[in-house]
Design a protein around this ligand. Structure first.
Ligand SMILES: Cc1ncc(COP(=O)(O)O)c(C=O)c1O
Length: 450
């Protein structure tokens, strides 16, 4: 299942599964709860959840005039004029408490931009979390730099700060922690290590809109933060992204890089003073995003309340452990992960557990796989460019080092995750998820056999 079902695959699965049921239908037809002694649906019992799930993304008619206004203006691109992208940048920076925001074409291009500006260049190394969508390390590869993986802490699913320092070499330029599933990384120790070794830090906050760490928002906790507004995200615009930060100089450099190198802000002049590309957001995307800010804030609170409710109940089920968050932090739950211990389920393999849960009407995937074994990094390091930039010994040791990622392997092998749209439902639907898992636990021996 893991090989065939990428994270995007899960999202598509969730969206397809829920498309048939409108949000309204979900409300009108509350879930049917299974009695605790019901047979699992996979063994012929009644489904724990029969009410469907909200579709994603959602659209409101009231938002259409602003899209039409852009269409009719003929000014669709920010370099042709028009205020909408800048308007979104101001609103998003304010929402996060960041001094600046630069809107980009995608989360990937936001990462490419921030990494360039922090100084990542060909032949450098960047320490990154392996438990992420592969765009995080693809952005590093785009600079012909080496993504060096710190290990994942199985309790938090994020970068284990204790595994960073041993991976620093004289080529290391930056650290890229990933607030995966909207769960903040423990940023204090990461920033302290970066400071000690004079490294830049770029947060991959592509799944962490409004996530908080010690009273500050993700995306404002390091040199720069990067966001994605791709279709599956909590604030989507089809494609889209942003770089956020508090330094005018860094953000002006980002602006220039994303706009073909054209001077801007503190860098004045007619010419292009730096390399760059076209990573600009369109006004269409900006008006779609602007109109979702209030919705994002409200829905974030709803996901949090439902996640807290779920977490409290799931803790009581042996073999299911919600992820641990750093102290004084708040997640936003792009996915809601659960660490699964098959031994406490009579040896029921994770794949069969997921099959049973999906049969109950509870859409659930298994998160990210060990993507570094998929071939993309082999293709990169076997390319002529990487062979010119790094010694044969470094590349061999690098490939070998994937085996040291024991924490990450454990996370990939034992995580089950439900989707953000499911947290936008009511308590009854949360109860059906809890009941489904309890039922599977109770009948795990029979499920493991058959
Ligand atoms: C953690 C993470 N990083 C980076 C990206 C890349 O964002 P985009 O798809 O907008 O390029 C994503 C998007 O899925 C992501 O989830």
């Amino acid at each position: 299942m893991k090989q065939n079902l990428t994270r995007r695959g899960f999202v598509r699965l969730a969206a397809a599964g829920s498309a048939a049921m409108s949000w309204l239908a979900t409300r009108q037809a509350p879930a049917v709860f299974a009695a605790a002694d019901d047979k699992p649906a996979l063994l012929g019992g009644r489904k724990a959840h029969s009410g469907g799930w909200p579709g994603w993304p959602e659209w409101r008619e009231a938002w259409e005039p602003r899209v039409l206004e852009v269409l009719r203006s003929g000014v669709w691109c920010r370099s042709s004029g028009g205020p909408q992208v800048a308007e979104f940048e101001t609103a998003y920076a304010k929402l996060l408490g960041a001094k600046r925001c630069l809107a980009t074409a995608s989360g990937t291009t936001a990462l490419i931009t921030a990494l360039h500006v922090i100084g990542v260049d060909a032949g450098d190394e960047v320490i990154v979390s392996p438990y992420t969508f592969n765009a995080t390390y693809n952005a590093i590869l785009m600079h012909k730099a080496l993504p060096v993986f710190a290990d994942t802490d199985p309790a938090t699913l994020t970068m284990d700060p204790a595994t960073i320092e041993s991976r620093i070499t004289d080529r290391t330029r930056a650290i890229v922690p990933v607030h995966i599933y909207g769960m903040p990384c423990d940023m204090d120790p990461i920033n302290a290590i970066a400071k000690k070794h004079k490294l830049g830090v770029v947060e991959d906050a592509c799944q962490a809109w409004l996530a908080e760490y010690k009273g500050r928002m993700c995306g404002t906790l390091a040199d720069m933060g990067c966001f994605s507004f791709q279709n599956s995200k909590h604030i989507p615009s089809g494609e889209g992204g942003a770089v956020t930060g508090n330094s005018d100089e860094l953000l002006d450099r980002c602006h220039a890089y994303h706009n073909c190198g054209r001077a801007t802000g503190t860098f004045q002049g007619d010419g292009c003073f730096t390399r760059g590309s076209n990573f600009r957001m369109q006004h269409f995307q900006a008006v779609i995003l602007l109109q979702q800010i209030e919705k994002l804030v409200k829905e974030t609170e709803k996901r949090r309340a439902n996640a807290d409710y779920l977490g409290a109940a799931l803790k009581e089920i042996p073999g299911i452990a919600p992820a641990k968050l750093p102290e004084n932090s708040r997640a936003v739950w792009h996915l809601y992960p659960m660490r699964y211990d098959a031994e406490k389920f009579n040896g029921l393999p994770l794949g069969r557990f997921l099959q049973a849960l999906n049969a109950e009407g509870v859409h659930c995937g298994d998160g990210y796989s060990e993507q570094y074994n998929d071939g993309m990094l082999d293709e990169a390091i076997q390319s002529p460019g990487y062979k010119r930039l790094f010694s044969a010994k470094r590349l061999k040791d690098y490939r070998e080092s994937f085996k040291e990622l024991k924490g990450n392997k454990q996370v990939c092998d034992t995580t089950a995750a439900i989707f953000q749209n499911m947290l936008l439902t009511d308590r009854g639907a949360m109860d059906s998820i809890i009941e489904a898992i309890r039922k599977i636990h109770k009948h795990s021996a029979a499920l493991a056999k058959g």
